[in-house]
Design a protein around this ligand. Structure first.
Ligand code: ADP
Ligand code: MG
Length: 389
C-alpha cells in the first residue's frame, strides 16, 4: 500500500476522503476532534505542492438534506483551523469547482449515491467524482469496512492513491495485534449489544487472548446459555448455542472466559430507576441486567491492570445512563493504570473515556473505528483498504 510519501503531489488536485462526521447540537458542532484530526494530512499535501484538495465526507444519517446532514459548519471550522478559506459547495455532483480554490469541500456524499444498494449507481457516482481530482487519499478508517462509492469504487478508478496519516496510524497500530505480535497476558474486553458484530474478533483471538472479559448484552446471552435466569435482560435467544461453542473453544485452549458473577439490575431503563447490585443467581422475573456488578468490575479492573496488552470494545453496561456506567468507567480507569499496551475502539467506549475527561494520550491507541476496527481485527479485508493496494 502507498502512503503520502509515495505520491507526487506537485500541481495535483487531490480527492481526499475523510471522516469528520460530528454531532451537531444547537446549531453548532459539539466536538471538533475529527475536524482537527485531518489538519496534518491536509497541510502535508499542500506543503508537498498539491494545487487543490477536494474534501469528500459524510455527515449524519439518511439521504435528506437538513441542518444535521450538511457540512457547512465543518467547512467554517476547518477554515479557522487551516487559516485559509475552505470553499463549501452545496452539492457533490455536477458541480463546477473553482480552479483557483486551494481547499474545497463537497456536500455530504451520503446524500447522493455513495451508499446506494445498486452497485452501478455507486460506480457512476465514483466515475463523476474521479473527474474532480488527479490523486486519491483516504483517511476515513471508520468507513473503510463499507463498500461505498468514495471508499472503494473511487480508489479503484484512480491510479495514484494512498492512505493518509490517520489511516496509516490505524493500520500500523492494529496490524501487530492481528499478527499476534503482543505481550502476554493479553486481555480482550468484548461487550456492547450484539454478539454478531463481535463474534469474529473473539474467534480470531482464540489462540492469542489469555483473558476474554464479557459484559453488556453479549454477557447476558452467555449467562443465559449457562442456564442462568437473566430475567428481562437484553439477550439473543438464537445465539445461545453459539455462546456455548465459544465458551468451549476458549476453555479447550486453556484460556479464560470471564462472565459477570454479580450484576447491576433495575426494572426500568431510566435515570431514576432503582438500581441494585445482586449475585447473578438472584436475577429473576422482570429484572433487567444493565451493568456488571461492583465485584465483577473490581475483578475485571485487576485483570486489566495485570495485563501486558488490553483491547476494549463496547461498554459493559447501558453507559448512556449514569446509574449503569460504573462498570465501563472502572474499565476505562483500569486501562489508564495498566502499564502495558492499551487499545480502545467503538463509538460508545470512546464516549465513556471522553465523558470521564481522560485524554486519548493515556492509551496506546484510540481507534476512530468501531465496526471497521472489529472487522479488521476479525481478519477480514476492508474494502477501503483493499482498494488502495
Ligand atoms: P460499540 O458502539 O462500543 O461498538 P455496541 O454498539 O455493540 O458497542 O453496543 C453499545 C450499546 O450496548 C450501548 O447503546 C449500550 O447501551 C448497550 N448495552 C450495553 N450493555 C447493555 C445491557 N446490559 N442492556 C442493554 N443494553 C446494553
Ligand atoms: Mg455502537
Amino acid at each position: 500500500m502507498n502512503f503520502l510519501s509515495d505520491l507526487d503531489f506537485t500541481d495535483k488536485r487531490v480527492l481526499y476522503r475523510v471522516d469528520i462526521n460530528s454531532s451537531i447540537s444547537d446549531g453548532a458542532i459539539a466536538d471538533d476532534t475529527r475536524i482537527q484530526a485531518i489538519v496534518p494530512t491536509l497541510k502535508l499535501m499542500l506543503d508537498a505542492g498539491a494545487k487543490q484538495v477536494v474534501i469528500l465526507a459524510h455527515q449524519g444519517r439518511g439521504r435528506e438534506k437538513s441542518p444535521k446532514t450538511v457540512l457547512n459548519l465543518h467547512a467554517v471550522r476547518l477554515s479557522e483551523l487551516m487559516e485559509q478559506e475552505v470553499i463549501k459547495l452545496d452539492a457533490c455532483r455536477g458541480v463546477s469547482i473553482p480552479a483557483e480554490a486551494k481547499l474545497v469541500m463537497l456536500e455530504n456524499v451520503r446524500l447522493d449515491d455513495e451508499a446506494d444498494e445498486d452497485v452501478s449507481k455507486r460506480e457512476a457516482f465514483a466515475n463523476e467524482l474521479s473527474e474532480y481530482g488527479d490523486v486519491y487519499v483516504n483517511d476515513a478508517f471508520a468507513a473503510c469496512h463499507r463498500d461505498h462509492a468514495t471508499i472503494s469504487a473511487l480508489p479503484r478508478i484512480m491510479t495514484d492513491k494512498a492512505a493518509g496519516l490517520l489511516l496509516q496510524k490505524e493500520l500500523e497500530a492494529l496490524q501487530p495485534l492481528l499478527d499476534g505480535d503482543v505481550e502476554h497476558p493479553f486481555t480482550m474486553i468484548v461487550a456492547g449489544a450484539k454478539i454478531d458484530t463481535k463474534i469474529g474478533v473473539i474467534q480470531q483471538f482464540y489462540d492469542i487472548a489469555d483473558h476474554v472479559l464479557l459484559g453488556g448484552g453479549i454477557a447476558n446471552t452467555f449467562l443465559a446459555a449457562e442456564g442462568y435466569d437473566v430475567g428481562e435482560s437484553l439477550k439473543e435467544e438464537d445465539k445461545m448455542e453459539l455462546a456455548r461453542e465459544i465458551a468451549l473453544e476458549i476453555d479447550k485452549r486453556g484460556k479464560k472466559l470471564h462472565i459477570p458473577d454479580d450484576v447491576i439490575c433495575a426494572d426500568e431503563i431510566s435515570e431514576d430507576a432503582v438500581a441494585i447490585d445482586v449475585p447473578i443467581e438472584d436475577v429473576m422475573g422482570s429484572m433487567k441486567i444493565l451493568d456488571i456488578g461492583r465485584k465483577t468490575a473490581k475483578d475485571f479492573a485487576r485483570i486489566i491492570k495485570e495485563s501486558k496488552a488490553v483491547i476494549w470494545n463496547g461498554p459493559v453496561g447501558l453507559a448512556e445512563i449514569s446509574s449503569f456506567r460504573n462498570g465501563s468507567e472502572m474499565i476505562a480507569r483500569a486501562m489508564v493504570d495498566c502499564e502495558g499496551k492499551t487499545f480502545v475502539g467503538g463509538g460508545e467506549s470512546v464516549g465513556v473515556i471522553n465523558s470521564l475527561g481522560i485524554s486519548h494520550d493515556s492509551f496506546t491507541h484510540v481507534s476512530t473505528g468501531g465496526g471497521a476496527m472489529l472487522e479488521f481485527l476479525s481478519g477480514e479485508k476492508l474494502p477501503g483498504v483493499e482498494a488502495l493496494s
